[in-house]
Design a protein around this ligand. Structure first.
Ligand code: MCA
Ligand code: AMP
Length: 485
């Protein structure tokens, strides 16, 4: 097995992780994660209660060291979503910070408390498990589709190593870099790029606990060199710049400002550049593929593009009829398909969905539509599926929200759409036919219902009541016909 984190092997006093006033050096992380790895060795899969805390990073590093697949759980997951993930992934243990209260479905699992420090100081790092292969699963990350509950993307160790090394090449990312971010740790962006990325380089990460412009300004003014965020975070930064001179100064100092998970509007790019002199660069990825393209640190930062394919990643644009688009004319739109060592191995327990996700010749269908500029820069122009919503950088399936709404006794019929939102990119809109038109459920009641069953970020932000949903002759709901009138 090749090592995912070579820097953990030596007795380095270099800082590795910092969450608020708690931090670990490489030597401390090696010792603490090594001890936990020995404790969980032999398990097939473990769940990780992925709060934005030091323990989550330690737990995931320990699982990777033990060669045990980790299933990061959103600590705000509602009952239904959590129940689905647990019954699908069947972890034998749950790793959580001491004192964290776990909800009911997790209380049946054996719990292992994650130490954030070893009593008595650092001891030598135990060796990683020698029997683990590069194709073995490292993480199972749940991601929404258009219909049904989220699917578990099985991400092998090889994909993590190759995507992080490709980003190192594109971004000139080294052990001298200090990353700051406030992303959640149960998705690829925050966990793989934001925690495992710096650790693979031997650099460090300072996690903000929760995103805020003051934290970004403090850390970038205090020596951090890179910032990762979703467009909503950069939008909030752009809004705050005029009133927070420290923030403009901090961003001006950064070596690299990187946005991803959704498109960053050109207006926000421009506002940030005007106030700081720095350009935000975008990279494009997906849970199933990790990172596919990026604007390179040594390339031209062009707003509205996601740059060029990363080293090792093959990318093609395809017509609807399955023929490849060969032109680089900034005009001809096709579906992005990718191939390379960065790809997942499949969806857990879903051979049907895995098969459907790939073409017969082994390319992954992203569902993203794009054009290419003459010099190869990719511009994403849309998405094949209208039933996928990107809100705050989270991918959300209309179908899962519709199913949850239909479980509310006050709802007879429901349809969910996304509409443009300046802050979130898109916001979730629910169109509901109440069971009793005289006393329809309130918007707040429905938002709470969805937040409690699925997750707060999946709650509808707007609710419209209708007497009937528009349907075609076949009885299918015509979402395009839904509007305020
Ligand atoms: C609100 N809250 C509720 C309710 N309403 N809780 C229960 N019931 C309710 N009805 C709580 C929320 O839990 C949250 O709590 C707080 O109120 C605010 O919620 P919300 O409005 O949803 O948050 P926000 O402030 O609008 O969040 C914006 C955000 C967030 C910080 C940008 O959207 C975010 O972290 N996005 C990152 C998504 C991401 O990492 N995506 C990567 C996947 P509290 O305040 O306690 O939290 S994509 C990916 O990985 C691919 C590979 C890629 O390309 O990157
Ligand atoms: P997820 O399934 O949550 O991993 O989200 C992956 C999706 O996010 C991709 O299929 C794209 O639609 C979108 N995405 C990620 N990065 C970008 C970006 N820089 N610009 C536009 N869309 C993006």
């Amino acid at each position: 097995m090749s090592l995912l984190f070579p820097a953990l092997e030596g007795p380095s006093e270099q800082p590795a992780l910092q969450f608020g006033d708690r931090s670990l050096t490489y030597a401390e992380l090696g010792a603490v994660a090594g001890a936990l790895a020995e404790r969980i060795a032999g398990a097939e899969r473990v769940a990780v209660w992925a709060t934005p805390a030091l323990e989550t990073a330690v737990a995931v590093v320990a699982a990777l060291r033990a060669g045990v697949a980790a299933v990061p759980l959103n600590p705000k997951s509602g009952e239904k979503e959590l129940g689905h993930i647990l019954s699908d992934s069947t972890p034998s243990l749950v790793l959580a910070a001491p004192g964290d209260e776990l909800p009911l479905p997790l209380r049946d699992l054996e719990r292992v408390d994650v130490p954030a420090a070893l009593p008595g100081g650092a001891t030598p790092t135990p060796a990683p498990s020698p029997s683990v292969g590069d194709e073995d699963p490292a993480l199972i990350v749940y991601t929404s589709g258009t219909t049904g509950p989220p699917k578990g993307a099985v991400i092998p160790r090889r994909a993590i190593a190759s995507t992080l090394d490709a980003l190192a090449d594109a971004w000139q990312w080294t052990g001298d870099d200090v990353l700051v971010h406030g992303l959640p740790l149960f998705h690829v962006h925050g966990l793989v790029l934001g925690i495992l990325g710096p650790l693979r380089r031997g650099g460090s990460v300072r996690h903000l606990g929760r995103f805020g412009t003051e934290g970004v300004a403090r850390e970038l003014n205090g020596g951090a060199t890179m910032l990762f965020g979703v467009p909503t975070m950069y939008h909030r930064i752009a809004q705050a710049l005029a009133g927070e001179p420290e923030l403009a100064k901090a961003l001006g100092r950064a070596r690299l400002l990187v946005s991803g998970s959704a498109a960053l509007p050109v207006h926000d790019h421009e506002r940030i550049t005007a106030a700081t002199g720095r350009r935000v660069i975008e990279r494009y990825g997906m849970t199933e593929t990790l990172m596919n393209t990026s604007v390179r640190a040594d390339g031209e930062a062009r707003a509205g593009t996601v740059g060029v394919p990363l080293p090792g990643v093959e990318l093609r644009l395809m017509e609807e009829d399955g023929s490849p688009i060969t032109s680089y004319d900034s005009e001809t739109v096709g579906e992005i398909q990718v191939r390379g060592p960065n790809l997942f191995t499949g969806y857990l327990n879903r051979p049907d969905a895995t098969e459907a996700a790939f073409t017969a010749d082994g390319w992954f269908r992203t569902g993203d539509m794009a054009v290419r500029d003459p010099d190869g820069y990719v511009r994403i122009v849309g998405r094949k599926a209208t039933d996928l919503i990107k809100s705050g950088g989270y991918k959300i399936g209309a179908g899962e929200i519709e199913n949850a709404l239909l479980e509310h006794p006050g709802v007879r019929e429901a349809a969910v759409t996304g509409e443009p939102d300046e802050d979130l990119g898109e916001r979730i809109v629910a169109w509901v036919v109440p069971a009793d038109p005289q006393s329809p459920p309130t918007a707040e009641e429905l938002a709470d219902h969805v937040a409690n069953r699925l997750a707060p970020h999946k709650r509808p932000r707007v609710v419209h009541h209708l007497s009937a949903l528009p349907r075609n002759d076949m009885g299918k709901i015509m979402k395009r016909a839904l509007n305020r009138d």
